[in-house]
Structure formats: structure tokens, C-alpha cells
Write a protein that binds this ligand. Structure first.
Ligand code: HEM
Length: 182
């Protein structure tokens, strides 16, 4: 998993929970590199899972909720860092519908070692999108947060529902997005 994901996560933890918590969860990551994450490095995604579990234990906030908040936050970071991906895109449905064939394809060119999920789109129109998340990593709630971050960014009201298709494992999920009635 890209170092940027780790450094952004730790910054968010420091901002919201303070330095002491950030240090404690780095310790819990079980990393063999002493917890010194750099944006350009690459780390085992399990270290991230360990940190989220530790933060959940310390804060009493559910793991799913932490992943969600982090996903929402990371979307604003992506928007800041990769502004060109947003050029000419007018809606959340348009943007989210292009992750598999455009956004993550470009990401793959930039970072050949990125660990990306796959998305299938069994249904899409201007007002409704169904996207199926599938990954070897259990990050469906992180995807949910990214999706919500995207919906907030574009501002138009969309209802988003998540249905886990992996018995709660978070590796396969369906997201249904629908324009809210005016
Ligand atoms: C400008 C927009 C985006 C950029 C630049 C981007 C970039 C990336 C990068 C670099 C990673 C790989 C990190 C690694 O190697 O671990 C990643 C992973 C991921 N991306 Fe995107 N992404 C974008 C938008 C989105 C959106 C809107 C979603 C919404 C569903 C999404 C879903 C995910 C998920 C869930 C992962 C984690 C890996 C996994 O679940 O297996 N991405 N993305």
C-alpha cells in the first residue's frame, strides 16, 4: 500500500486524536521499519489494518466508521493532488463511473506497484449508478468513505447505499447511488 495513504492517515489521526494516540497506534502497526512511513514508500496494507484496529480500541469508534471517515478525508487529498483527473467532470456519478476505466488506469501508470481494487458497473445512467467493489483487501468501508467524499465534493444530493457481499469481510460490496428526489 502506498506510503501516501499511511502518511495521510497518521496526519488525520494526529489532527483529530492527538500525538499520543498517533504514536501508540504506530507502535501497534507491528511495522518492522520502526513506523517511519514516507509518502514515496510502499508498505504492507496489514500495517494499516493493525493501526485502524488499534485506533478503534483506543477511541471506541467502530473500525468501519474509522475507515469511512478516512476515505472521505482521502478524497479531498486526491482532489488536491490530482486536480487534472477532475477536469471536465461534472457529477459524482460521472466521476465514480470512470474509476475502473480511467482514474485507476492513470493511477496504475503513475504507480505500477499500486494495489488497486476492481469496480464493475452493472447499472449506470445519469441519475443512478450501481458499482460493485472487489478486492483482496477488506477495504469496502474505505471505498464507501471515498464515495461519500466524492458525493460531498460535487454537492448534488445523492443517496448512497452499501450492501456487503462478502459476509461482512469487506472485500466485496455493492454501492447503489441514486439521485435524491428534488
Ligand atoms: C482522484 C481520484 C483517485 C486517485 C488518485 C486514486 C488513487 C488510488 C491509489 C494511489 C490507490 C493505491 C494505494 C495503494 O497502493 O495501496 C488507491 C486505492 C484505492 N482506491 Fe483509489 N483513487 C481515486 C479515487 C477513488 C475513488 C473515488 C474510490 C471510490 C470507491 C477509490 C477506491 C479505492 C480503494 C477502495 C482503494 C484501496 C485498495 C483496495 O481496496 O484494494 N479510489 N486509489
Amino acid at each position: 500500500m502506498k506510503g501516501m495513504v499511511f502518511t495521510e492517515f497518521l496526519e488525520l489521526v494526529e489532527d483529530r486524536f492527538g500525538l499520543e494516540d498517533a504514536d501508540a497506534i504506530i507502535e501497534a502497526s507491528g511495522s518492522e521499519h520502526g513506523g517511519s512511513y514516507t509518502a514515496v514508500g510502499n508498505y504492507d496494507y496489514k500495517e494499516m489494518v493493525h493501526m485502524v484496529v488499534a485506533l478503534s480500541e483506543r477511541s471506541g469508534i467502530a473500525i468501519e466508521d474509522l475507515l469511512h471517515v478516512f476515505g472521505e478525508h482521502l478524497f479531498t487529498v486526491f482532489h488536491r493532488k490530482y486536480g487534472n483527473f477532475f477536469e471536465g467532470v461534472e457529477s459524482a456519478i460521472e466521476f465514480l463511473g470512470s474509476i475502473e476505466d480511467t482514474i485507476h488506469v492513470e493511477v496504475r501508470k503513475l504507480y505500477p506497484d499500486a494495489e488497486l481494487p476492481s469496480f464493475a458497473y452493472p447499472e449506470r445512467s445519469d441519475t443512478r449508478l450501481i458499482m460493485d467493489y472487489q478486492s483482496t483487501r477488506p477495504l469496502a468501508h474505505f471505498a464507501y468513505g471515498l464515495i461519500n467524499g466524492c458525493v460531498k465534493h460535487f454537492g448534488a444530493p445523492l443517496k448512497v447505499e452499501m450492501q456487503d457481499l462478502s459476509d461482512g469481510a469487506g472485500t466485496h460490496a455493492r454501492f447503489t447511488l441514486e439521485q435524491a428526489a428534488a
